[in-house]
Structure formats: C-alpha cells, structure tokens
Write a protein that binds this ligand. Structure first.
Ligand SMILES: [Zn+2]
Ligand SMILES: [Zn+2]
Length: 302
C-alpha cells in the first residue's frame, strides 16, 4: 500500500515537472522563434531536420539530470560540511546572496570548462558528448541535445567546486539557492548562445558568451577549428586556458561532426553504452594549424 502511495506521489511529481517544462518550452518559443525569424544568421525552417529528436531531448534534459544529480549533490553537501574549515564556510555564508552568486558563476565556469574539455579529449566521455555536436543546423533548441550522462558529468564538474569552496554551504541558510540560481542562469544562457541569430556585441563578446562565440564550438571547418570555446558563459576562461577562437568577421561554414550517429533518439541514448561500438572519432585538432589560426584570428573586436 505504502509502495503504491509512493509510486503515485512520484507520478504526480513527474507530471508536475512535465507541465512546468511545457510552460518553459512555450515561453522559450515565444522569445526565440520570432528572434530567429527577424535576425536569422542562416535561413532555417522552423520544423527543421531533427526537431522531433531535439524536443525529446528537451524533456529528457529537464527531467533525468535533475533526478540523477540529487544523490551525488547531497553527498557533496554532507562531505564538504564535514570537511571544510569553519572559518571558510562562515566567511562565505556572511556574503550577500548576489556576491555568492557572482563568485559562484565564475567558480562553476572553471569546473564546467574542464569537464567540457575532458568530454572532448577522453574517448569514453566523447562517446556521450558527441551527440551534442551531431547537430548540423544550430538554433536555440540544440542547447538541449545532450545525453543525460554527458549533462550529469559536466554539471557535476561545475557544481563540485562550488561545494568545495563553501559556496553551497548549509550554513548560509540558503544552501541550495546558489547552485540552483547558477544552474538556472546557465540554462537560460545556454539557449541564447545556440540561437540562430547574426548579432555581434563588439568587445562585450570577450566578457560574456554569445551565439558568435558558441557557434564556433560547433564548427566543422577542419582541424584548426575544433576543440575551441568550451566555456558556457565567460569566453575569457577559454582565453586563460588557450582555447579561445573569436574571429571578428567570420562565421563557421559548417556545423556538426563527420561521424554518423544513430538517427533516432532511443538509438542515440543507447549507442554510447554499446561496448562493440567505437563511437564517433575524437575531434583531434591540428596543433600547428591551431597556433597559426589563433595568432591570426584572436584579435580584439571593434
Ligand atoms: Zn562540446
Ligand atoms: Zn552547444
């Protein structure tokens, strides 16, 4: 009886999450569909190739990672509360919320950067991350095209440092608020940087990630252009670690990867687990060409 009640409660909460996700989808569509019509970088149909798969990913990305992330985050909260020196957690806990969120965005970005970079450099992780790069047409909805394992891994890489430096400390009384706000800001920003819009923002593009910045991350223009722009919000983190590519007046000619993935959603979700399947080849940059391209292209923008 108790099991049935628990199952019923779980169904209701999943149902509520689906309703909330549908409302968010409607809101995001109202914002991005007209913007992509008015300011399109490339002419694309609304009902483009893979739109159905990406809508599937939208709901999976909204449901599964948050369920999978809860246990490791609870463990992190417990461990850091037990291990961090009281002085550190007390100091951070007394910062105002806005200050904790600002610092948390930077700390999270550095963790995310390395998680994302490892997802390009380590074959086992690339198996899962290749799905995000399989899109040949980029628009706001491509933000959600990601395997749940990929999402959980990169989010954990971003959130773990927040706990490690006491930014998600239970002492603050708003323990989960900082990571929640960081995730919410990151999610909205993720839709923006994928949008099919031609806007440029001058020197601001060095400070905050824009569509021009992230679209290079999806470029399939040859070895000199791969493994660039890993950051989610702050391009200067890529500058710091030597992976920034931000040409002043060029855009990628092609997006995607050459490998063929399974065409349907279920196949794509299962494929990375198939032991007999080698997965998509790693995107290997040509070192010499990258250095030349970087020297030529990473110039301040006007
Ligand atoms: Zn990537
Ligand atoms: Zn992307």
């Amino acid at each position: 009886m108790q099991t049935l009640t628990l199952a019923g409660q779980s169904l209701v909460s999943v149902g509520l999450m689906l309703v909330r996700l549908s409302l968010w989808l409607a809101l995001l569509s109202v914002v991005f569909v007209p913007l992509e019509r008015l300011f399109a970088l490339r002419p694309q149909k609304l009902l483009r190739k893979d739109i159905g798969t990406d809508l599937g990913y939208y709901f999976i990305s909204g449901l599964v990672p948050s369920l999978l992330l809860s246990p490791p985050l609870a463990l992190l909260a417990w461990a850091t509360h037990a291990l961090l020196p009281d002085g550190l957690t007390q100091t951070v806990a007394h910062w105002p919320l806005w200050q904790r969120v600002m610092v948390a965005l930077v700390v999270e970005e550095i963790g995310f950067y390395w998680g994302h970079r490892w997802s390009h450099e380590i074959p086992l992780l690339w198996r899962f991350h290749a799905i995000h790069h399989s899109a040949q047409q980029i628009d706001w909805l491509v933000n959600t095209r990601a395997h749940p394992v990929d999402m959980v891994f990169t989010r954990l890489c971003g959130l773990a440092p927040l706990y490690a430096v006491g930014l998600a400390s239970p002492l603050a009384g708003t323990a989960s608020l900082v990571p929640l706000l960081v995730l919410a800001i990151g999610s909205v920003w993720g839709f923006f940087v994928h949008a099919n819009v031609r806007w440029r923002f001058g020197r601001l593009e060095w400070l905050l990630a824009t569509p021009a910045f992230h679209h290079w991350h999806h470029a399939n223009d040859g070895p000199a252009y791969v493994n660039k722009n890993y950051a989610a919000m702050f391009p200067w983190v890529d500058r710091l670690f030597g992976t920034l590519l931000l040409p002043r007046d060029r855009r990628p000619e092609r997006y995607g990867i050459d490998a063929r993935l399974e065409p349907d959603l279920v196949g794509q979700l299962l494929e990375p687990f198939a032991l007999w399947h080698a997965g998509a080849p790693l995107p290997i940059a040509d070192g010499a060409k990258v250095a030349a391209a970087g020297a030529d292209r990473v110039k301040p923008m006007g």
